[in-house]
Design a protein around this ligand. Sequence first.
Ligand SMILES: C[S@@+](CC[C@H](N)C(=O)[O-])C[C@H]1O[C@@H](n2cnc3c(N)ncnc32)[C@H](O)[C@@H]1O
Length: 237
Amino acid sequence: MKIHIITAFPNLLRGPLDESIIKRSQEKKLVEIYIHNLRDYSEDKHKRVDDYPYGGAPGMVLKPEPIFKSIEFVLGQFNIKHPNLIFLTPQGKRYNQAKAIELSKKDHLIFLCGHYKGVDERVREYWQMDEISIGDYVLTGGELPALVVIDSVIRLIPGVISDIESAKTDSFYQKRLDCPYYTRPENFRGMKVPQVLLSGHHAEIKKWQEQKALERTKKLRQDLLRKDEKEKMIDDD
Ligand SMILES: C[S@@+](CC[C@H](N)C(=O)[O-])C[C@H]1O[C@@H](n2cnc3c(N)ncnc32)[C@H](O)[C@@H]1O
């Protein structure tokens, strides 16, 4: 997968993209990540990419020209006919694991990070962008949201994490929260690891993990349960 990130603040991205699983995915040549600095596409002699909003409002707005030019560069340079353009915005559709799974199947993704008050509205009107929000709160820029989406997508690409089954037991993959985990020591300050996990009995362990995942989901996230599971809960009460 080729991932393009269009941003006015490339330094916000570099550290996280060069660590842990995201770094390894690039080393294994499963993912290529390109950061495009909006300032490189500015027509302004001071390389400005923002300007005051018409009509007057507090804050600046990212100008349309550098954004159009950067997107056009990516499409031309990488011969992309049907772009998967993603605009990070608090006004977008709320991001979730189902969307991460959908995005992980694409051959490329192009992220546009807003900043200040956002982007000139003509960018949104002209480009057919998937608008994604990572939650109902406002961040300074789209860089952190882009990293959130990129991290969650990359870990789902086959070969990135050594055991993809591990990702499939994570919360939300199957409309469940994940089960609890324990590691050594067996007894920590009098708190013991559940006996079944030490039994070596794989079928029993799997049953326990599924049971705990269900209990936890019922307790913390009933909205994830299937309709019949919710109805059963009401009956049991
Ligand atoms: C300060 S915000 C602008 C918010 C905009 N004026 C509004 O209220 O909708 C600057 C940029 O940060 C990004 N951003 C902020 N919060 C976000 C969120 N919850 N999800 C995705 N992107 C977000 C967007 O790219 C946005 O253009």
